[in-house]
Design a protein around this ligand. Structure first.
Ligand SMILES: Nc1ncnc2c1ncn2[C@@H]1O[C@H](COP(=O)(O)OP(=O)(O)OP(=O)(O)O)[C@@H](O)[C@H]1O
Ligand SMILES: [Mg+2]
Length: 493
């Protein structure tokens, strides 16, 4: 299948998002689509697959002009789309999620459970996924949900598969498996559009790359003819200095200390401390229990035993409110669930938890609030039409930035960040690191869970490695290596 998109224009209301994009996809190629948050990558693919209409431009497939009026139509034509924001039905089983709207029935209309199970199992084993099909999908980790979405797309036997940030929540092993599958799809002539902010992956798996900036195509090139630096330069339109801004840590008193905390079946007897001005990285494989630990410390889940101490005093945290009162902030890995109210505006989302600091004698200072919002929107380069735009209509990466801005405003003394840069582009990543450094200079203690090893190594003063719910080891940030962390994370010595 050969797809040609030419001179595509698109505006949402008065927000002009695409202004003349060209993109072509040939049979059996893996084509990377890169660009900063809000550049228009997801929108372009939504136009191709009929979720959005275009204002101008043409799309042809194998020389024939085409316009799908719905994603379903595109899928019937052989184009599958694995979305950036997962579409999992949490109350339904894994199996039902895989076949939703595509149930296999007998001639009498009875569901053919046996055949669906067999198909699902075949797909799962191809991806080395082991999730019980009868499990409620909502019980699956974000990584597992991503694998369900991938399996679902593969089952459609599509000729073109669009993968929008497929690996953001996957483990190294799952990523390797996905790459093997991509390779074999390629050999069968399937084309893939691969959207990601992870440069290493793009160069490992893609054949060509198209870079977008501000709703336009900047360039399309074969991967061997370009380099990391060139791609970054084209994406951000300027040279970018080093990826991780230098830190000069001078840790103060111990702010947060957990002593022998356990959460039923999720983590056991975990002890560690974080000092003022320190960044402690928490590394480990997906599903090792890192997120669960952080949720429990913040009062989202109960602790079955153990103690949490703040500045040398034992505290009782039963709900997030208690944690906030003790100066703890949490940026979750799942922004849709806990971080963001999609119907609320960017301003409301950022200012909501900070109302207190903007009010004096009970009156909220709208000017102070607006100043705070404007400063952070600028700082983090949050791409939003206005600060009154609903958060739900921002691009994925920009939503993440709003969540971060919101917590920075509260000024916590302990900030827990769970995968803070997931889906965030290189320029904004660096801005987030810079903000972390500024916070620690002001004495904030930071605990950062991250699955991106370069990030953990680049930003942490100390690194805790979690394996199967326990701390498997601690290493110094400046001396640690990827191999060392991987060994500890997989249960080695
Ligand atoms: N349904 C919508 N309504 C209004 N504006 C939208 C809608 N979808 C996208 N936009 C706007 O279009 C622009 C491009 O968004 P898009 O999601 O395509 O970016 P992206 O390149 O995929 O970014 P990211 O890397 O963050 O996922 C953004 O400014 C976004 O706010
Ligand atoms: Mg996107």
């Amino acid at each position: 299948m050969h797809i040609q998109m030419s001179n595509i224009h698109k505006a949402f209301g008065t927000n002009q998002v695409l202004t003349g994009v060209d993109f072509d996809l040939t049979g059996g190629e893996v084509h990377a689509l890169m660009g900063e948050n809000g550049a228009g990558k997801s929108t372009l693919m939504n136009i191709l697959t009929g979720l959005h209409s275009r204002d101008q431009g043409s799309i042809s497939i194998d020389g024939q002009e085409i316009a799908f009026s719905s994603p379903r139509e595109a899928e019937d034509y052989g184009i599958a789309f694995i979305h950036q924001e997962l579409n999992i039905w949490p109350d339904m089983t894994v199996l039902d999620n895989l076949f939703i709207g595509k149930e296999i029935t007998s001639r009498l209309g009875v569901l053919n459970q046996k055949q669906m199970k067999a198909m699902a199992e075949e797909q799962f084993s191809r991806l080395s996924v082991s999730i019980p099909l009868s499990q409620e999908a909502g019980m699956c980790s974000v990584g597992q949900q991503q694998m369900i979405e991938i399996a679902k797309a593969l089952m459609t036997k599509a000729k073109v598969i669009i993968m929008d940030e497929p690996t953001a929540a996957l483990t190294e092993r799952e990523i390797r498996k996905l790459f093997e599958v991509i390779d074999s799809l390629k050999k069968q002539g399937v084309s893939i559009v691969y959207i990601s902010h992870r440069m290493e992956e793009i160069f490992a798996v893609c054949d060509r790359i198209t870079v977008m900036r501000d709703g336009k195509t900047v360039d399309t090139k074969p991967i061997p003819d370009t380099s990391f630096d060139e791609v970054v330069r084209k994406m951000v339109g300027r040279e970018l200095t080093e990826r991780y801004p230098a830190r000069s840590p001078s840790p103060g008193e111990t702010v947060l200390e957990v002593k022998g905390i356990s959460g039923k079946g999720r983590f056991e007897n975990v002890s560690f401390s974080v000092r003022a001005g320190e960044i402690v990285g928490v590394s480990g494989l997906m599903g090792a229990g890192r997120t669960e630990m952080m949720r429990a410390i913040f009062g989202l889940d109960p602790l079955s035993s153990g103690e949490v101490w703040i500045r040398g005093k034992k505290v009782s945290i039963r709900k997030p409110d208690d944690a906030v009162k003790h100066g703890i902030g949490l940026i979750t890995e799942d922004r849709k669930d806990e971080g963001l109210v999609l119907d609320f505006s960017v301003r409301e989302n950022m200012a909501l938890p900070n109302l207190f600091s903007f009010s004096s004698k009970g009156f909220i200072s709208t000017r102070k609030e607006q100043e705070f919002v404007d400063t952070l929107v600028k700082r983090l380069q949050i791409k939003t039409h206005t600060t009154e735009t609903p958060a739900g209509s921002l691009s994925g990466g920009n939503q993440q930035k709003v969540v971060i801005a919101k917590w920075i405003g509260i000024g916590p003394s302990v900030l827990i960040l769970d995968e803070p840069t997931r889906g965030v582009d290189v320029g904004a990543k660096r801005e987030i690191y810079q903000l972390m450094n500024e916070l620690t200079e002001r004495g904030v203690a930071i605990l950062m869970v991250s699955s991106e090893l370069p990030e953990v190594l680049g930003m942490s003063d100390r690194i805790l490695v979690v394996h199967e719910g326990r701390i498997a080891g601690e290493v110094k940030g400046s001396e640690a290596t990827q191999e060392q962390i991987m060994t500890l994370a997989t249960g080695g010595q």
